[in-house]
Design a binder for this molecule. Structure first.
Ligand SMILES: [Zn+2]
Length: 217
């Protein structure tokens, strides 16, 4: 805890002091570029890996970056609704990561025998286990986990479409969604390319330009 307290002091004296104008402007409200859905894992630091500033990302974190079914109550769905309906975010990113303990648990349910709350939460992603069993039976160990991490991101992208306020905006071209995987050991970010049907390393032009602003009537 002592380290956190020292960190808070250092933040005020250094980072905050350098960016007073930014923080002053943020006091008037937030207008984030993206809703960023990722895992609670301490090794995934959204602002670092996207080079973002305070105010840029509206972040939802949970075990294994899951998007629950719209009929289930919960903080993730509430945050989705707020980000899209109120803040009008133009982008949603679902970002998984390598070595994800949550995804490993999805593949190995007995590992959750003493974690009933984790088991209940991850039961929403049982489809990922089925997909891995059907398509990746030839893989083992880390390769199998990595395939599951990618498939989990794709399942969550599909789950996003189950929210009418998201699917409608997607259909109108007002919202873009992307699936990412962050590789902890190398710092690389991979993004799903629907054309090639695989995750490709992100390049400067991986992301298409934002949806066109509505023209004059
Ligand atoms: Zn994780």
């Amino acid at each position: 805890m002592q380290r956190l307290v020292a960190g808070a002091h250092a933040f005020r004296a250094q980072y905050f002091a350098k960016k007073r104008d930014l923080f002053r402007s943020l006091e008037r409200g937030q207008r984030p570029d993206a809703l960023f859905i990722t895992c609670s894992d301490a090794r995934v630091v959204p602002h670092l890996i996207t080079g973002s500033e305070p105010g840029d990302l509206f972040i939802v974190r949970n075990v294994a970056n899951i998007v629950p079914h719209p009929t289930l109550p919960g903080g993730t769905a509430a945050a989705l609704e707020y980000a899209v309906e109120v803040l009008g975010v133009p982008n949603i990113v679902v970002c998984g990561h390598t070595d994800c303990g949550g995804v490993r648990a999805i593949l190995e349910p007995p590992s959750m025998d003493r974690l009933p709350l984790v088991r209940r939460w991850l039961s929403q992603a049982e489809r990922v286990r089925e997909i891995v069993r059907e398509r990746y039976a030839h893989l083992e160990g880390d390769e199998r986990i990595s395939a599951a991490v990618e498939e989990n991101v794709l399942v969550q992208l599909e789950n996003l479409r189950a929210f009418p306020f998201i699917s409608e905006r997607l259909d109108r071209g007002e919202l873009r969604i992307a699936g990412w995987v962050y590789r902890i050991a190398s710092g690389q970010v991979f993004t799903y390319d629907p054309t090639h049907e695989q995750f490709l390393e992100m390049t400067a032009d991986s992301v298409p330009p934002p949806p066109a602003a509505p023209g004059p009537p």
